[in-house]
Design a protein around this ligand. Structure first.
Ligand code: OGA
Ligand code: MN
Length: 292
């Protein structure tokens, strides 16, 4: 199979072609995708009509799958297989969700710059998002490269953050959005994860500025100062000219490395259907994406 990767942005993000994602991948295919992921951080395939099972099979080629926040919320789900994450504004009965529904709360949380499951350990490595239905306007997804963010830090900041660690908490975005009705048991279900602010991306060996909206505290710092600094670093990482905006078409599959990039959804009319399906591979020692 001959792959082709066409960069769509000067810093990262490429469109991939030459592979039918509905078919099983060979180990050479997996390796070629891994090395392109290590270079570009995000890959797009167009025209991939994946069934639920095909998407799961594709994702499993890269390692064990993650179900993210489902273990906290335990809500009725529309999609049968719990490894398929329903990124949509559709409720469990298949109707457009109510404006103030928990489903829409998750959608709004996805509109903040983040790296999937950075509040867990192990964290997410790859996410794969497949487009099923698009609204008539808005609903794009934006991406930014955290390796480039590190490379473009000024010397003073780089030295200052060298040994700092940040705490990432699952419910931080929910609390920010005014949703605080969680029981103590739910809050304890996912204890915060600690990650160095400056990390090394295992695939490329490049340094990463590992920030995102789940980071709520720099260890050992006062909270207000931490939050403003984290906000500043996030702004640095997501300057407009460093961001790639993806306009979805039905059948698109976008795959990103959460250890090297951030993403966020953009506004759309939530009375119209928007449906995407995500699979996410955990960054565990047996993840196949480490074997290159
Ligand atoms: C996700 C996500 C953003 C969007 O699927 O992890 O954050 O545009 N999606 O829906
Ligand atoms: Mn996400």
């Amino acid at each position: 199979m001959s792959f082709h990767f066409k960069p769509l942005h000067p810093i990262f993000f490429a469109e991939a072609s030459g592979l039918d994602l509905t078919q099983p991948l060979s180990s050479e295919d997996v390796q070629a995708i891994n090395s392109a992921m290590n270079e570009y951080g995000v890959l797009l395939w167009r025209g991939q009509p994946l069934t639920a099972q095909q998407q799961i099979n594709f994702a499993k080629s890269f390692g064990p799958l993650d179900i993210g926040l489902k273990r906290v919320f335990k809500r009725p789900e529309r999609l049968e297989d719990e490894r398929l994450i329903d990124i949509s504004n559709i409720d469990a009965q298949g109707h457009v969700a109510k404006r103030d529904s928990p489903k829409n709360l998750s959608n709004f949380a996805n509109q903040l710059w983040h790296s999937d499951s950075s509040f867990m350990n192990p964290r997410a490595a790859y996410s794969m998002l497949h487009c099923v239905t698009t609204p008539s306007w808005g609903g794009t997804t934006e991406f930014a490269d955290l390796r480039h963010a590190y490379d473009t830090l000024d010397d003073r900041t780089r030295a200052e953050i060298q040994d700092l660690k940040a705490e990432h908490f699952a419910l931080h975005t929910r609390l920010m959005l005014g949703d605080d009705a969680y029981t103590d048991d739910q809050k304890k279900e996912i204890p915060p994860a600690i990650w160095p602010l400056v990390d090394t991306h295992p695939g490329s060996g490049r340094k990463v500025l590992f920030v995102g909206v789940h980071a709520r505290q720099i260890l050992g710092w006062p909270t207000a100062e931490s939050r403003m600094y984290l906000q500043d670093l996030l702004e640095h990482a997501t300057q407009r000219e460093r961001v790639y905006r993806h306009e979805w078409q039905v059948g698109d599959m976008v795959m990103w490395d959460n250890r090297a990039t951030l993403h966020r959804g953009r506004r759309y009319d939530i009375s119209e259907r928007r449906e995407l399906r995500r699979t996410t591979v955990n960054d565990t020692p047996d993840a196949l994406l480490r074997t290159f």
